[in-house]
Design a protein around this ligand. Structure first.
Ligand code: ZN
Length: 413
């Protein structure tokens, strides 16, 4: 279905800079993000006449409710979209609309030297005859996740104006700081008050995410012994060399550049050092919780073995878990995943459930007691100047949400 207010709403939102900042001490991480939530999102929700609209300062989230229009109890469904955009220039975004795309030409980004080329980005070929929205070459678009934000609000607008569509109570949240990975931990599950929810922050129509990596991070601090190289024999311990020796004991194949699909990895993110001292930062990823534990144990055992050979704790290891594969929890709530599947099918979509080689806000929320898969929002090439979205994909996301609202009420009868 076409929703006439969706495109103008999206264009209005992407022009508002709401980039988050990982180096900030405040929460939400930037004032501009909070301003977007309070001065734009909240105002639009108020204009639509939603209930219980408020800003939960502790959670940094706008919360709102679409009241039930049936006289029986329906499990409360929620939808979430994040208000911030990724770490790329987001000052003065000038969205460009390319109608009736021919499915083969390069699309110039504004009058810049940059093009969206279907040879480089083959997904473009799927969008023949559709409306592509890009930025103008020097900024990101911000469709991640202003697609989700504008779709949630358009969904609410539709339900408020169509009382013949029957649904239970639906809760909406517009959250902060997803792109810097710190928003979800502040989320107020109780205030949100949903039994289950979906983040709306994904790729092409049909994509349904309910499996993610399980994730841990670790750092090594290595203390060397620096003596003059001329007389170093048997005395010098080069901290940089110790770091290299550690790294070489990890499985060579298990690196991001050698893995895909369901394979996990160890990723050396940074390595700084001198003879005297070296510091290494790694992340560990695995789809299986056991696999994550095995990888953590391998790291510990290499460090222990090396320290035993030194006869002292020359390598200091710090390791912590980041998030877990939501599939492990969601397997206990497959009715939620099935609700999304049924809505996709009703909309004639081919379902793609490839696991996410990353985490989502839902990974954390699911473990905080709010089961939370992710549905598509129509985002493509996230996080940079080549970002684009497709208007028809955004319409489809709203269609799916309306289906889910109806199906959920239908099931509770
Ligand atoms: Zn996102």
């Amino acid at each position: 279905m076409e929703y006439p207010n969706l495109l103008p709403r999206f264009l209005k939102y992407v022009k508002v800079n709401s980039r988050s900042d990982e180096h900030s001490d405040r929460f939400p991480s930037t004032e501009r993000e909070e301003n977007f939530q309070k001065n734009v999102i909240m105002k639009d929700l108020e204009d639509l006449g939603l209930s219980d609209i408020h800003y939960n300062q502790k959670a940094g989230s706008v919360i709102a409710e679409i009241p039930s229009n049936v006289d029986y109890d329906v499990p409360v469904m929620g939808f979430l979209a994040h208000s911030d955009t990724a770490d790329f220039n987001s000052e003065n975004v000038k969205p460009q609309i390319h109608e009736n795309y021919d499915g083969k030409s390069k699309i110039q980004l504004g009058d810049s030297e940059f093009y969206l080329d279907p040879k480089v980005f083959p997904h473009l070929k799927n969008y023949k005859g559709q409306t592509i929205i890009t930025a103008s070459g020097d900024t990101l678009l911000g469709g991640d996740d202003k697609c989700g934000v504008s779709e949630l609000i358009t969904f609410a607008e539709y339900l408020m104006n169509h009382p013949e569509v029957k649904h239970g109570k639906i809760r909406l949240a517009f959250t902060p700081d997803e792109e810097i990975g710190t928003g979800a931990e502040h989320f107020d599950v109780k205030d949100f008050g949903a039994d289950f929810a979906f983040t709306v922050d994904g790729e092409a129509p049909g994509k349904l995410d309910w499996g993610t990596f399980s994730a841990a991070q670790f750092s090594l601090d290595i203390q060397g012994v620096n003596v003059h190289p001329a007389v170093a024999k048997g005395q010098m311990i080069n901290a940089v060399q110790v770091g290299i020796d550690f790294h070489n004991q990890l499985p060579e194949h298990d690196r991001p550049e050698h893995t895909d699909g369901r394979e996990g990895f160890f990723h050396l993110m940074s390595f700084n050092g001198t003879v005297d001292n070296a510091h290494l930062d790694y992340i560990i990823r695995d789809f299986e919780r056991d696999g994550l534990e095995e990888r953590k144990n391998l790291v510990k055992s290499i460090v222990d073995k090396m320290n035993a050979e030194f006869g002292t704790e020359r390598i200091k290891l710090k390791m912590w878990d980041q998030y877990y594969n939501m599939a492990d929890e969601l397997k206990k709530h497959m009715d939620i995943v099935d609700l999304a599947r049924d809505a996709y099918k009703a909309e004639g979509l081919k379902i793609n459930e490839d696991p996410v080689r990353g985490g989502t806000d839902g990974s954390q929320l699911t473990y905080m007691g709010l089961p939370c898969p992710n549905i598509f929002a129509g985002e493509e090439n996230m996080h940079g100047r080549y970002e684009y979205t497709v208007l028809e994909s955004m319409y489809k996301a709203v269609d799916v949400m309306i289906q889910m609202a109806e199906l959920n009420a239908e099931r509770a009868k």
